[in-house]
Write a protein that binds this ligand. Structure first.
Ligand code: MTE
Length: 292
């Protein structure tokens, strides 16, 4: 398992991590350990039961029940724009081409809660290398599924779906940018963004697009749902940053959900880039006190 928790001291025994994951001996091949001070993952029940997936409803608990029958196989990922290989990939074929791995990442929602989750998937860079961006490509635009047959809020037209997200190409190529296909040693459940979602541990959770159907390489910054509709609350970059206040939720601390579920809460300070300092060079030219 690749560890992308934010500190370099990993004292937890590997066996304990594997036990927590329920992977047992089969996972012996994965090196990597969790952070000592919060050695446990958020409970699977909390991660799979407390969700933001507005296509299925605007409260935290509807997505798990309403997305239960969402059909995520077969699935097509359309790759287009400024790439040498533009193609409609059958996801199962694409996954066969890319090496999947396990990794642990913290997720910080702009609403002020956070989780530590063991994921599985592949680096977004591996997919981009496969399709070979052209030199003019500077950004990556991503689009979620918006299927009125399965998604009640898409059917009601209550929000400007499809949910769009975007990254600068160098952010998308960073080794901490992942596409997840699983979590807790299982295929990703629909409410968590099956069959393919972004995992961007240094960015607020609203950038972690779910159920992705389309990726387009483009020359300019693409429109994204939140930065277009509520720009004063949600920027394009949306890096976790306690120095940038949010009009609705305090950002200097966060509530971490632990192994005991939603009632097992710990308040801890929010860290710049969610503690993933490796990404700092990407933003060397930006004033980190400003909302982007
Ligand atoms: N992706 C889509 N398509 N629709 C959404 O409503 N919500 C975002 C993000 N990705 C969302 C989405 C928000 S606000 C958060 S905090 C995370 O997904 C929540 O991920 P989780 O439910 O797996 O915790």
């Amino acid at each position: 398992m690749v560890n992308c928790t934010s500190e370099s001291l990993f004292r937890m025994s590997r066996r304990a991590v594997l036990r927590l994951l329920g992977l047992g001996a089969a996972a012996a091949a994965f090196p990597g350990l969790a952070r000592a001070e919060e050695e446990a993952f958020t409970s699977e029940q909390a991660a799979f039961g407390y969700n933001n997936f507005y296509e299925f409803g605007f409260d935290k608990f509807s997505p798990a029940s309403r997305a239960a029958g969402f059909k995520t196989s077969p699935w097509t990922l359309r790759v287009g724009g400024l790439a040498r290989r533009t193609e409609d990939f059958a996801l199962e074929n694409l996954r066969a081409l890319l090496e999947e791995r396990e990794f642990v990442c913290d997720m910080r929602c702009v609403e002020g809660w956070s989780m530590r989750i063991p994921w599985a998937g592949f680096p977004l860079a591996a997919l981009l290398e496969l399709v070979q961006p052209l030199p003019e490509a500077r950004f990556v635009a991503l689009e979620s599924c918006a299927d009125p047959q399965w998604m009640p809020e898409v059917k009601r037209g209550s929000f400007p779906f499809p949910y769009l997200e975007g990254l600068r190409l160098d952010e998308a190529m960073h080794p901490l940018a992942f596409m997840a296909t699983g979590a807790y040693g299982k295929p990703l459940p629909p409410q968590n963004g099956a069959p393919l979602r972004l995992v961007l541990p240094w960015k607020y959770g609203f950038k972690w697009l779910k159920s992705i159907t389309k990726i387009t390489l483009c020359p300019e910054q693409p429109p994204t749902t939140w930065s277009r509709h509520i720009p004063e609350e949600y920027g394009f970059y949306a890096n976790v940053n306690p120095a940038v206040p949010h009009p609705r939720w305090p950002q200097d601390t966060e509530t971490f959900f632990g192994p005991g579920g939603l009632n097992d809460r710990k308040t801890r300070p929010t860290r710049l880039f969610n503690g993933y300092d490796q990404v700092a060079p990407l933003y060397a030219d930006m004033d980190l006190k400003t909302h982007y």
